[in-house]
Write a protein that binds this ligand. Structure first.
Ligand code: NBG
Length: 817
């Protein structure tokens, strides 16, 4: 494929002003003097959207049309973040737009701040999908991201009295200028009913007689590559009723029932499930999964036919990536489409299917591995259940042939969990239906092969590979950290934005006093910016020259936000005892949402806020310790947080975090990491150098061993007086106005069970934090480490991840960079 880099058309301030006014008048019907800020934002968004859409047309052309193999990324979640600023950046028209607006009397940054981000995901998995879409476009791989257009995305979080409260996310309420509805691109999706047998000259067939049908309508959002003419598409499906009215019911005067059907159909894409692990057994969730898998496959088959392909060559033109098991039912759906609708023989259809799909696993947590009860699955998708059984029958025959007499293995590998109530195991369906299976960091891929997918790895070792996650440097440096971008570019030029390995050139400046000074000034300015936002949103004033110690991510026990809480209490008690203690001033910043039904996670939020209340109001602590909870952590807010961090907390129990991607965003912005040997931390440490990373805690193997050896957390408590004091302090009610019950669940969990080994890692964590404080007292050493972190993070660009997928999974040549 030929790169189109460097052929970006010039645009003038005059043209932007003209288009902006035209859009305000003819698209929005507004006069300038009556227009609101949101109108101005919309007018600008439309102006930019036009430029992006022009590229979609060019992309179709430059992809070599018929011959290119395309990627279809199937993901139930996306977290693109606000589009306006990113599109301006990727088009290379930020400054000319700023100037055009200034001439009109408007401030670009104010309009950018108007945008409400699409919260169509929970956390890392959805954000990764969006980084991948941006990188696919930037490295010029033809791709469509398929997903669900949730009307209500992830809830907005407010913190009231220290507790999380959830508010519905009405992100579409003021319109969404970045999408275009494509009512012409629509597919029927069926549910329920039964199966009939039908015969003709060609043979006997199974025919699905469904009892309901909904329609999926495409909504397209363009995803512009960085400074290339390529633009890919994010195609999200919205569910609608096939007929808005049930005319039979209507004619009988039952208007209410007639509309009912419409309501039920549209429910499918109403709301995102706010869990970042599997939601057990929710019928609507399975409907969502099947709905978007089916629409997407029908769409691919239609495009394939339009380009002259036949169903038997589908895999030659489409590489379909399953982002976790959420879209795994697509394996059965493609079989149904090929066998039942296109009349391919089973063997041929199966060969096409397996060459089409590849599966990425994103978690080892057993409770997060999706399974659907056979009853529910068969009720909603009776034909698919038959197909799953047939896939399984043939698969287990193969297993028996390879491992004769090994019935236990057969049971373990089966697509159907038969050990109690019967379930369809979605990860098994994904494995059997794919030609490649990958984890998202080296350690994760290894553990995957040794634990949850061990039997598959023994059966098909060659199917497995690793693709370590990455993040886009456009959004997470160029856009969110303009100060750092400018400084880096002043020394090494701006090519690092498209080729992140070039950051290595910064190593030469790590000891340069002037550069170090400028590096610190950039960080300090970012900390001032964050401090201002914190003051505005929480009322808490923090000192920008204190060490910003940051832990932001979903709240989960395995991520161990409560371990960080133990550290803060440790420092607090130390300062209480000895006011002269040498504890460098620290600001602890937390952020993240908890699943609304996750009891412990919500209590951990309350614990952190209670510690904040105590510490922030204690005159002894004044400006030495501060604890802030940044409400509503999302992509928009994250962009202010990563650039301002000095210390990145990546403290999950080893073996639990598949990769992490926040860890990458922090280090890329010059934060030093304190972390365990978990997920991508392992590779980050390898890249930045052990001396620039604060490592602590048990390794994954040590955790497994401790668990097998009957780990007793109470021994830690008994043996470590400081730890005992900290735990007793939480249990004493001192954080809860004397109420000893409030945090009892946390204390008891830690003392009696401690499934995530907080107490085992406590002392090592405290010691590592001491090393942090020691280095912080040496600004030049700290800055050197910070520069080296950024300089050595090149590997973690999502452009590299996409390159790896192209090579190891999709067999597509990316554009040479
Ligand atoms: C998450 C992991 C993270 C990882 C992201 C992206 C799920 C199921 N998994 O560690 O917990 O970084 O996926 O791969 O959300």
């Amino acid at each position: 494929m030929k790169s189109s880099a460097g052929t970006i058309a010039e645009i003038t301030t005059g043209e932007i002003k003209q288009a902006f006014r035209d859009n305000l008048h003819s698209e929005l019907g507004r006069l300038e003097r009556f227009a609101t800020k949101n109108d101005f934002y919309l007018a600008l968004a439309l102006t930019v959207r036009e430029r992006v859409f022009e590229r979609i047309v060019e992309t179709m052309d430059s992809y070599g049309g018929v011959n290119a193999r395309r990627v279809a990324y199937l993901s139930a979640e996306y977290l693109p973040g606000p589009h306006l600023a990113n599109n301006l950046l990727n088009l290379g028209i930020t400054e000319v737009t700023r100037e055009a607006l200034r001439e009109l009397g408007y401030d670009l940054d104010e309009l950018i701040a108007q945008e409400e981000e699409p919260g169509l995901g929970n956390g890392g998995l959805g954000r990764l999908a969006s980084c991948f879409m941006e990188s696919l476009a930037s490295v010029e791989v033809p791709a469509i991201g398929y997903g669900i257009r949730y009307e209500f995305g992830i809830f907005d979080q407010v913190i009231r009295d220290g507790w999380q409260e959830e508010i519905t996310d009405k992100w579409l309420r003021f319109g969404n200028p970045w999408e275009i509805a494509r009512p012409d691109i629509a597919y029927g999706v069926k549910f329920g009913g039964h199966i009939k047998t039908f015969s003709d000259q060609q043979g006997t067939f199974r025919v699905w007689v469904p009892d309901t049908e909904v329609r999926g309508i495409a909504y397209d959002t363009p995803i512009a590559g960085y400074r290339v003419n390529t633009c890919d598409i994010l195609r999200l499906w919205k569910a609608e009723a096939v007929e808005s009215f049930d005319f039979a019911a209507f004619n009988h005067g039952d208007y209410y029932r007639a509309v009912q059907d419409k309501v039920v159909s549209e429910n499918i894409t109403k709301v995102l499930y706010p869990n970042d692990d599997a939601e057990a057994g929710k019928e609507l969730r399975l409907k969502q999964q099947f709905f978007f898998a089916s629409c997407s496959l029908q769409d691919m088959l239609t495009i394939h036919a339009m380009l002259g392909g036949t169903p038997a060559t589908f895999h030659e033109k489409w590489a379909v990536q399953l982002n976790d098991t959420h879209p795994a039912v697509a394996v059965a759906e493609l079989m149904r489409l090929l066998v039942d609708e296109h009349r391919l023989g089973w063997d041929e259809a199966w060969s096409v299917t397996r060459k089409t799909f590849a599966y990425t696993n994103h978690t080892l947590l057993p409770e997060a591995l999706e399974k659907w009860s056979v009853g529910l699955f068969g009720k909603l998708l009776p034909r698919h259940l038959e197909i799953v059984y047939e896939i399984n029958r043939r698969f287990l025959e193969e297993v028996r042939a390879t491992f004769p007499g090994d019935d236990a293995r057969v049971a373990r590998l089966s697509l159907i969990d038969d050990t109690g109530a019967r379930y369809v195991r979605m990860a098994h369906l994904a494995c059997v239906g794919s030609h490649r299976i990958n984890g998202v960091a080296r350690l994760h891929s290894e553990l995957l092969m040794q634990t949850v997918l061990r039997d598959f790895a023994e059966l098909w070792p060659d199917k497995f590979c690793n693709v370590t996650n990455g993040v886009t440097p456009r959004r997470f440096v160029a856009l969110s950290n303009p100060g750092l971008t400018k400084l880096i570019t002043s020394r090494i030029g701006d090519n690092w934005i498209r080729d992140l390995n070039q950051l290595r050139k910064l190593e030469a400046f790590a000891d340069d006093g002037e550069f170090q000074q400028q590096w610190r000034e950039v960080k300090l300015a970012n900390k001032h910016r964050l401090a201002a936002i914190l003051a505005e949103r929480t009322g808490i004033k923090v000192a920008p020259d204190s060490l910003f110690d940051v832990l932001v991510k979903r709240i989960h026990e395995y991520k161990r936000q409560h371990l960080a809480a133990l550290h803060i209490i440790t420092l607090y008690l130390r300062l209480q005892r000895d006011r002269q203690a040498d504890v460098p001033a620290r600001t602890f910043i937390f952020g993240g949402k908890a699943a609304p039904g996750y009891f412990m996670a919500k209590r951990i939020i309350k614990l952190i806020n209670s510690i904040g209340d105590l510490v922030n109001s204690d005159p002894v602590m004044r400006d030495r310790l501060k604890v802030v909870y940044f409400p509503d952590f999302n992509v928009t807010n994250a962009q202010f947080i990563y650039p301002a961090a000095d210390l990145s907390e990546q403290i999950s129990t080893a073996g639990k975090e598949a990769s992490g991607t926040g860890n990458m965003k922090f280090a890329l912005n010059g934060a030093l990491t304190i972390g365990t040997l978990d997920g991508a931390n392992v590779e980050i440490r390898e890249e930045v150098g052990a001396e620039n990373f604060f490592l602590f805690g048990l390794s994954a193997a040590e955790v497994a061993k401790a668990k097998a050896g009957g780990y007793r957390s109470r021994d830690q408590y008994d043996q470590n007086p400081m730890l005992r004091e900290v735990i007793d302090f939480i249990g004493s009610g001192a954080l809860a106005g004397g109420d000893r019950e409030l945090f009892r669940p946390i204390v008891e969990n830690l003392l009696n069970d401690d499934p995530f080994f907080l107490l085992a890692d406590y002392q090592a964590y405290i010691d590592a934090q001491e090393r942090v404080s020691t280095l912080w007292r040496e600004p030049q050493q700290w800055t050197r480490s910070s520069i080296l972190n950024t300089a050595r993070m090149g590997k973690f660009s999502s452009d590299r991840s996409i390159g790896d997928y192209c090579e190891r999974v999709w067999k597509i040549e990316p554009t040479p960079r």
